[in-house]
Design a protein around this ligand. Structure first.
Ligand code: AMP
Ligand code: ZN
Length: 141
């Protein structure tokens, strides 16, 4: 637990939240400032700032909870789909420094954008550049 983390305070029960799911490793609750009806956040109970900081079991538990809640969340608000995503790091727009996955219900014609819209201008990468990036990632795994 981190003392000045709002999501740790929610996990500890010190700040109220509209909890929709709780298990030993994760908590899911409604976003207080929703982008759509049913906008839900899934957090690990342990404080980790970034996705890469989570241990394997915690990461699996977060995805397991996502998998469990997506359908009930969508059905509860009669959504046609949802965007599931994580702002990972300040540069990506992460404001609360405790890993949280967003489930944002989507509705036909809601005027929202796909996840492809989150990044800046598209880079024009050659096949060689793509190959080099793949090799760099592979070398680090
Ligand atoms: P992010 O930009 O990915 O860090 O998003 C943080 C999210 O947390 C925003 O969608 C906020 O509306 C939400 N949020 C912040 N404080 C609370 C809170 N006390 N309870 C529920 N959601 C919160
Ligand atoms: Zn925290």
């Amino acid at each position: 637990m981190s003392d000045d983390c709002i999501f740790c305070s929610i996990v500890a029960g010190d700040i109220p939240a509209r909890t929709v799911h709780e298990d030993s490793e994760t908590l899911a609750f409604l976003d207080a400032n929703p982008l759509a009806p049913g906008h839900t956040l899934v957090v690990p109970k342990a404080h980790h700032q970034h996705v890469e900081a989570m241990d394997d079991d915690t990461a699996a538990a977060v995805f397991g909870t996502l998998h469990e809640i997506v359908d009930p969340v969508q059905e509860a608000v009669d959504a046609d789909g949802s965007n599931v995503g994580i702002n990972n790091g300040e540069a990506s727009g992460q404001e609360v420094p405790h890993v949280h996955a967003h489930v944002v219900p989507r509705f036909e014609g809601d005027g929202g954008r796909p996840i492809h819209a989150v990044a800046g201008s598209r880079p024009d990468l050659s096949d060689d550049e793509l190959d080099a990036i793949r090799e760099d990632i592979d070398a680090r795994l």
